[in-house]
Design a protein around this ligand. Sequence first.
Ligand SMILES: [Zn+2]
Length: 226
Amino acid sequence: MNALREALQNAATPVEVFFRDDDAGWEDARLLELIARFAEHGLPVDLAVIPNELHEPLAAKLIDTHAGLHQHGFAHTNHQLEGRKCEFGPARDKSAQRADIADGRTRLQHLLGDRLEPFFTPPWNRCTHATAETLVELGFALLSREHKVEPFGLLSELPVHLDVARLAPDELDERFARHVEHGGPVGVMFHHGVMEPEDMARASALLELLATHPNVKAKTMRELCP
Ligand SMILES: [Zn+2]
């Protein structure tokens, strides 16, 4: 993490960073371990929770953690027959999307109560204009996707920039440093479900650096929601 450490050292002002872990509902043991790592370092984490995969025992455990909780699609199902995977892609019209988003929210409200935040992360970080329109109609306050796409301009967006679970360590270091140089907020994405023990150890080292560096301001998604 030398490039990142150097970029932080050179930052004129502290850089805001937030952490989004996706796919809560899958691989519960790994999920709870990752949340514990954040807690050990005193860092916030926001979980994107798959409504159709959340069950009561896990919901009870998540409510007991410090994690922020928001909606991750409905069932994490790919509906595209070709091209890149999407649950909320062009293959489905607005009414089909709306039914899923509303059902998912009802389910999460039932299981998470007032811990549920009105934020939406689409699976695979991709959705359409119709999705954004639907989110506005249903009263969502924030959409979180990939930073490379143009914002829809319909509701606030808080994109992620880095995928800790999928980038090689050197690439993560370099890319993280570049985003720090551009100023924040930098969105750091995790996928606990694919993180092997060595990935967890590396993530912990990253969290240690971020938790202790004076030029990092760790924020929740709620704090960054305008
Ligand atoms: Zn996902």
